[in-house]
Design a protein around this ligand. Sequence first.
Ligand SMILES: *Cc1c(COP(=O)(O)O)cnc(C)c1O
Length: 357
Amino acid sequence: MKQVIDFVKANLEKEKQPAHALGFGKYFTDHMFMMDYNEEQGWHEPRILPYQPLTMEPSSMVFHYGQAIFEGLKAYRTPEGKIQLFRPDKNIERLNFSCQRMSIPTLDEALVLDAITQLVTIEKDWVPSEEGTSLYIRPFIIATEPYLGVRPSKRYKFMIILSPVGSYYGGDQLKPVKIHVEENYVRAVKGGVGHVKTSGNYAASLKAQEEAEAQGYDQVLWLDAKENKYVEEVGSMNIFFKINGEVVTPELNGSILGGITRSSCLQLLDYWNFPVSERRISIEEVFEAYYRGELEEAFGAGTAAVISPVGELSWNNQKITLPPSETETIAKRLYDAITNIQLGKEPDPFQWTVEVK
Ligand SMILES: *Cc1c(COP(=O)(O)O)cnc(C)c1O
């Protein structure tokens, strides 16, 4: 049976910012979704209410032991003014995957899709239409039981907030990024939670990101934690290389986050019959390919920026630069294909988009 989602309308509507001022994740819409969990009732009281601060006990478990997970997806405005989501089923599936690894009770996937759809419908005027903009959707779960013993919480809050966003790197789509290959810090180990969208992964990565930024880099490329040798991923993106005509991306090995953009790229490359492999790839192999003149492209893939070409890569006191290609790159081809489907400008052969009415 379909669960009814309660709705309390906000008294005041906030002022909307112009597209150029949006940035990423700075402004939030008028409403949010909330649902609670306890042992007696399970997940209960799904509701949409005015966006507002939370009142929580300082002893809430999330503050102490970090039991928290999140998702990130977007709603796009098509040229005809329709609104559509991109592969929301995949985000919801991954949300439950994260729940399982973090000992959080899983959610009814149909209800979550319903919650996202209803919330976006209520906030439809917040979906911007300018080039490169969208409405970012952030579902997340936190442990709310007031208790300091170490064990899974017995209470949780699942919330969804929305933020109108501009382009991730401010302006320029497909602007090449400078990447520092991290040799001191590690992000995740096999058996840990690197493959899960849990907040602590980001907390652990901030120091390396901060140091890389101080040296003029945009992001960090993580290597495997055991041998410091194999390429894993970039902070919030999966990584791809094009070497001698073939696209290569690290295989999902238990410490890499399985990105939905990554999977969309692989599906498209396959559809185009473009040579592609998912395998272990060492950073040494990447640099050797560069010195042989065979490293044709490197790019990151993630919801926030879709595709980010890598312009510079530094590792082991070596700095390599990938000049902008004269011919059309696979990064550009993937970017165009994915964004055209997201924006409803091209047919959607994979049925990736879901219209919100
Ligand atoms: C979310 C995320 C990605 C990208 O996943 P998408 O589903 O493509 O947005 C990559 N790496 C990490 C660590 C992430 O948290």
